[in-house]
Design a protein around this ligand. Structure first.
Ligand SMILES: [Fe+2]
Length: 263
């Protein structure tokens, strides 16, 4: 089989064929997928619905240690697989995953087990482009800033975690851990304020950046089919679900790979 990638939007996102994800990946195939991942930022493998949870986890583990969500429960019998279902306020806003962690996940993988007839697409936005198209003056300003990210009320009120356990300080512009390319790194779910500034002072610039990070020309919109296995790079991409599911339910099995503290 020959691995082939078909780009689906100008900014990011490709469909990959010619690889059997249920079998152990040889090193050459893995390196090819790795290179495609760095190039396209989001990869989708179609028709993977026959993968067992064990096979999904084995494929994920090829990319690094699997992380368990700090406060959302997993599916029964598989602590490392979480179920993503109907759109929720957290998933509807543009975000990188769980940036309230000191070392947020490097990448996220979703396997579509059930999808509605229509609605519930996932959108992705390239944060390298979002940064690179800012003015030089704005880039210079942001390079000197860090921001405080905090977890949701679910973490603190329902699960009893302390604020420090679900808070982190991250640079507003991060370097990609493998390519070194800069990317915008603030999001509407978890970023609360800039370091040494209060929320009121931070909000106008944060709101500008939230609008700037998701301009249509930076995005790709993925329409789910059952069996899609989709993976994205949290160091270069934000994502959100379109909350237009009117009938039916989504069930996506989510696995994340550990990351490092952003620099
Ligand atoms: Fe997410």
């Amino acid at each position: 089989m020959t691995i082939e990638a078909t780009r689906d939007a100008g900014a990011l996102g490709a469909y990959v064929s010619g690889v059997d994800l249920s079998a152990p990946l040889d090193d050459a195939s893995f390196e090819e997928l790795h290179s495609l991942f760095l190039t396209h930022h989001v990869l989708c493998f179609r028709d993977q619905g026959s993968l067992t949870p064990e096979e999904q986890l084995a494929f994920a583990a090829r990319w690094g240690p699997i992380a368990v969500h700090p406060y959302v429960s997993s599916i029964e019998g598989y602590p490392a697989i979480m179920e993503v279902y109907d759109p929720h306020p957290i998933t509807v806003a543009w975000h990188q995953d769980t940036t309230h962690m000191k070392a947020p996940p490097r990448m996220t993988m979703l396997l579509a087990r059930r999808v509605p007839d229509y609605g519930g697409d996932t959108m992705f936005a390239n944060q390298h482009l979002a940064y690179e198209e800012l003015s030089v003056g704005m880039q210079r300003l942001l390079e000197g800033l860090s921001a405080v990210h905090k977890g949701t009320e679910l973490a603190t009120k329902e699960k009893g975690l302390s604020i420090p356990e679900v808070s982190a300080l991250h640079p507003v512009v991060r370097r990609h851990p493998e390519t070194g390319r800069p990317a915008l790194y603030v999001n509407a779910d978890y970023t609360k304020h800039f370091e040494d500034m209060n929320e009121e002072e931070s909000l106008p610039l944060l709101e500008y950046l939230y609008a700037a990070c998701s301009r249509p020309r930076y995005t790709w919109r993925h329409h789910w089919r059952v069996g899609d296995l989709l993976m994205w790079d949290n160091a270069s991409v934000q994502h959100c679900v379109v909350d237009d599911v009117q009938k039916g339910q989504r069930s996506l099995h989510r696995v994340v790979i550990e990351g490092i503290a952003p620099i």
